[in-house]
Design a protein around this ligand. Sequence first.
Ligand SMILES: CC(C)(COP(=O)(O)OP(=O)(O)OC[C@H]1O[C@@H](n2cnc3c(N)ncnc32)[C@H](O)[C@@H]1OP(=O)(O)O)[C@@H](O)C(=O)NCCC(=O)NCCS
Length: 174
Amino acid sequence: MLLRDVQVGDVDAYVRMRCDPVMMAELGGPLPREGMADKVRRDAAEARSGTAWIKMIVPDGERPEAVAGSLALWRHKDHGEEIAEVGWMVLPEFQGRGIAKRATAMLLDQARGDDRWAEVHAFPGVTNAGSNGICRALGFRLLGVEEFVWAGRQLRTHHWVILPDKDLKIPPTG
Ligand SMILES: CC(C)(COP(=O)(O)OP(=O)(O)OC[C@H]1O[C@@H](n2cnc3c(N)ncnc32)[C@H](O)[C@@H]1OP(=O)(O)O)[C@@H](O)C(=O)NCCC(=O)NCCS
């Protein structure tokens, strides 16, 4: 498995992830399809410039166009304070194989030693068993429950934080 930067050609994968009611059940419901080509273009530009790390998860390095999901590590304002946040999505046919957990560990491992990502937050929905499981397994610390706005939607989330340099637990491969 490898992680590569998102590219403009990844629009179909974005649509499957972000415009699907099941994929988006814990994220406030599906997003409209119309905005997806623009969103991918903006994400690809940010990934190229390095301001955010926006990656596609590639299960087979020989076929980099075939993706299992995506990950992002970016900085933004939360309650007036700038924080780094990580988020992840894995397509249904790839779920339940440890892919999100391993991909997130790979990304946070790459973030080690970079001041921008010295402390990384995650905000999975309180009922998102998979994502809360990932945070627990990788060494995130639970700070509490928060009301959170994502893509204009009000969500009730757990607030987790990790210091990748100190706390990251890399899961065994296989
Ligand atoms: C949540 C999601 C990323 C999990 O991806 P995945 O590749 O299936 O997750 P993994 O296989 O790496 O599993 C991670 C952990 O969660 C557990 N888990 C995964 N799916 C689960 C589920 N539906 N219910 C309970 N536990 C689950 C796994 O057992 C594992 O825990 P373990 O380390 O104790 O064994 C994926 O289901 C998804 O993209 N869902 C839709 C979008 C979404 O909710 N994104 C997250 C926003 S924060």
